[in-house]
Design a protein around this ligand. Structure first.
Ligand SMILES: *[C@@H]1O[C@H](CO)[C@@H](O)[C@H](O)[C@H]1NC(C)=O
Ligand SMILES: *[C@@H]1O[C@H](CO)[C@@H](O)[C@H](O)[C@H]1NC(C)=O
Ligand SMILES: *[C@@H]1O[C@H](CO)[C@@H](O)[C@H](O)[C@H]1NC(C)=O
Ligand SMILES: *[C@@H]1O[C@H](CO)[C@@H](O)[C@H](O)[C@H]1NC(C)=O
Length: 416
């Protein structure tokens, strides 16, 4: 009997040793859909609900549903504290009341990234239902336990039709990347490949960070081609910042100093459809762009809001990298360059008119360091492979070659 027990113990411990290697968890995949009307991107969360992707969001929240369990997080719990670290500007902050009854419940203040509104909500258990992936196809369905805030449906105003909340992808403890990493034992990083939407199909998000293969070159893992720059956060702000040293148009520096860019910093932002520049960055940038376009005899036409510079497309050459316009280059800390050709800098707004997709911020004064110098928006992030590494605090980026795009992920599960 003792001998048998010994064998059982031995077998179990050998199995335990073999377990990590043979059963390593795969990254978690979801399609990312661009909404035509708002230019926001959404992901499926569970059973037909879709959440808006907000890379600066510190929480996951959705409109309260009847199947939500009653709040289970006391106000002084670690989860409640993690969910309250980043009170949004102008919103109430979580306070643990001495009142016994209130004390049992964690009240948080989720935030609508488009309108800036917030509302009181409670933390509840939920499930993130997605597929695991080998980087090429979905592998099998997983149901990842997660915590989200549940708020009034009024908070959904201005979000895409059908969206029921927001998936915050910031670096905080109760944002989706950290939750998937801890529940699913994948690396604390995530990959975004945002698609232009419509005929291009859905983009992809991979929690765990990759690999990423697209159908045009099935053997290529694009995460092997990433270049890196440090990611920063600012005190009291969960958004991801990168350090931009200078901006150039077709290799000619735009007269904007590093100091100007550092005041307020450069933020990656999925809440806005285009890149917004503070006036002290926009004006020299737009001037330099206009001068370069004059030199190539492009004809300026009446602007279409919110854009500040628009061109007659008959006077622009079209290439496989988009309209032939001066290449925008951001020189990043660490020496790497983020370059954008016409496909990332010019947007077709109507028949015959294309506009510069870099826009002046409204309601912000030149040099106001409280506002970011640059908000890099959705249009500029699309068709880049972006890997947010929360452990190493760095951003990996890679511009996809012209013959492929983020809509080329194969969402068909492998049979057998
Ligand atoms: C913030 O707190 C005040 C006072 O408790 C309350 O009147 C107000 O409605 C709260 N605002 C939100 C958005 O919850
Ligand atoms: C998982 O992948 C399969 C095959 O593509 C798809 O039908 C299913 O909807 C996916 N599940 C989720 C939750 O995304
Ligand atoms: C655009 O340029 C073409 C060719 O030069 C011209 O025929 C057309 O009238 C221009 N359109 C506008 C809106 O100026
Ligand atoms: C997508 O993956 C499936 C399953 O591996 C495969 O049969 C199919 O040919 C792939 N489609 C494309 C366009 O590569």
């Amino acid at each position: 009997m003792a001998r048998l027990l010994y064998h059982v113990v031995l077998a179990v411990s050998l199995l335990a040793l073999a377990w990590p290697a043979s059963c390593q968890r795969l990254p978690v995949l979801v399609p990312v859909t661009k909404d035509r009307a708002t230019s926001l991107h959404t992901i499926p969360f569970h059973y037909g609900t879709n959440l808006v992707v907000d890379i600066a969001g510190p929480l996951v929240w959705s409109a309260c549903q009847s199947d939500h369990l009653p709040a289970e997080f006391p106000c002084n719990s670690e989860t409640c504290q993690l969910a309250s670290i980043y009170p949004a500007p102008g919103c109430n902050a979580t306070e643990c009341d001495h009142d016994e009854r209130k004390h049992r419940m964690c009240t948080v203040y989720p935030y609508n990234p488009v309108t800036g509104a917030c509302a009181a909500g409670s933390l509840v258990h939920t499930r993130f239902v997605a597929n695991t992936t080998n980087g090429k196809n979905p592998v099998e369905q997983v149901s990842v336990r997660a915590v989200s805030a549940c708020a009034t449906t009024k908070l959904l105003k201005s979000l895409p039709r059908g969206a029921t909340g927001v998936a915050g992808l910031a670096g905080s403890g109760v944002a989706l990347p950290a939750q998937v990493a801890s529940a699913q034992k994948v690396a604390k990083k995530f990959l975004l490949c945002l698609s232009r939407g419509g005929v291009y199909g859905d983009g992809v998000a991979i929690f765990g960070g990759g690999p990423l293969h697209l159908t045009a070159q099935p053997e290529t893992d694009y995460t092997q081609s990433l270049e890196y720059t440090p990611l920063f956060t600012k005190e009291g702000n969960p958004a991801y910042y990168v350090s931009v040293k200078s901006i150039a148009l077709e290799n000619t520096p735009v007269p904007v100093s590093t100091r100007t860019l550092d005041a307020g910093g450069v933020v990656l932002c999925t809440r806005v459809p285009y890149t917004f520049l503070r006036p002290d960055v926009y004006l020299p940038f737009a001037d330099a762009f206009r001068t370069a376009m004059k030199a190539q005899k492009a004809q300026e036409v009446k602007v279409v809001a919110p854009f500040g510079l628009c061109y007659n497309t008959s006077t622009l050459a079209n290439t496989r990298l988009g309209y032939l316009v001066p290449t925008v280059t951001l020189a990043l800390e660490g020496g790497k360059k983020w370059t954008m050709t016409g496909v990332h800098s010019m947007v077709d707004v109507k028949r015959g008119t294309a506009c510069l997709a870099f826009v002046q911020m409204k309601g912000v004064k030149a040099g106001d360091g409280k506002a970011p110098a640059v908000l890099i928006g959705g249009f500029q992030l699309e068709n880049f492979v972006l890997q947010f590494d929360l452990e190493k605090k760095r951003l990996g980026f890679f511009k996809l070659p012209f013959f492929t795009n983020c809509g080329h992920f194969n969402f068909t599960r492998r049979s057998g």
